[in-house]
Design a protein around this ligand. Structure first.
Ligand SMILES: [Zn+2]
Length: 287
């Protein structure tokens, strides 16, 4: 088998509802159309792509018909290949990034929640990138959740108080969950993480060989909890392979891509970077 890396022309479709103040910056909705051309799942992520298309259509109609005022900021919609499209797009629009209020990224929002024993999750931004919008969104979720379920104190009102029923799909209660930051989708790029990850190039130290075959796994196990707590590793499927990919040439972002091509599960970029911090603390790599 022959394989090669080739340059190609990237197409990132984008649409904008212009605000009244062109200097006020933007709110950017994003959803990845695919993860590499071969992964075009109905849930992951045609669902998110369709939802932001419908958000655009609804907002545009309401504004055009004068039913809601035109917003101050531009509202942008972005359909991109996950990471491989978002990273270059963000890098090509640095000035705009400096004037962007937030990114709202939708990924896998088509799941039947009750059948899948799942939740509609809101991922907050990182602690290093706090924002009041986290709390605004959390209250919005909680409002929709409270008004879309049976409540004991509200029984006389007859169940759901402000029920949202989609024309097609389920009329289940709104099962939601507010989670701390978790990566593995395009919001990560807007968090500046990808930029850091692409400039972080770890290389092994001599200590790797000193410890002997797999000797470093003992060193990792004995890391103080102060380090493992400060750099949590949540979703990382093959730490051994990660260590092998450290060669002084691959960036942390390259390592994520290489790991993801070898696995059916996706590794979390923040977890990879945190694991590298472990290796660095253990003296096994330098960055
Ligand atoms: Zn996805």
């Amino acid at each position: 088998m022959e394989s090669a890396l080739r340059d190609y022309e990237l197409q990132d479709p984008t649409a904008v509802i212009y605000g009244t103040d062109r200097d006020a910056g933007e709110v950017i909705f994003s959803a990845h159309l695919f993860e590499g051309y071969t992964k075009q799942g109905a849930n992951d992520n045609i669902s998110g792509s369709v939802v932001i298309l419908d958000v655009a259509r609804t907002l545009n109609t309401l504004i055009e018909e004068g039913r809601i005022p035109r917003p101050k900021r531009n509202i942008r919609f972005l359909w991109i290949p996950e990471f491989s499209g978002t990273g270059p797009w963000v890098n090509a629009h640095k000035e705009l990034m400096g004037n962007t209020l937030c990114n709202i990224n939708l990924d896998m929002v088509g799941l039947h929640l009750s059948k899948s024993h799942s939740f509609f999750c809101l991922m907050r931004t990182t602690f290093g990138n706090p924002h009041y919008l986290n709390d605004v969104m959390e209250h919005y979720y909680s409002y929709v959740g409270e008004t879309n379920r049976e409540m004991i104190h509200n029984r006389r009102a007859g169940g759901f108080t402000k029920r949202i029923v989609p024309p097609s799909g389920s009329d289940d209660p709104f099962y939601y969950k507010i989670d701390p930051h978790y990566g593995s989708s395009d919001h990560e790029v807007f968090n500046d993480l990808e930029k850091r990850a692409s400039s972080l190039v770890p290389r092994q130290t001599v200590k790797v060989k000193e410890a002997g075959y797999q000797g470093h796994s003992r060193i990792i196990r004995e890391l103080p909890s102060e380090i493992t707590d400060r750099y949590p590793v949540i979703s990382l499927y093959d730490t051994r392979e990660l260590s092998r990919l450290v060669n002084g040439k691959h960036s942390a972002l390259d390592i994520k891509k290489l790991l993801d091509t070898q696995s059916t599960s996706e590794s979390d970029l923040q977890s990879i970077m945190n694991y590298l911090e472990w290796l660095k603390y253990a003296g096994l790599i330098e960055m």
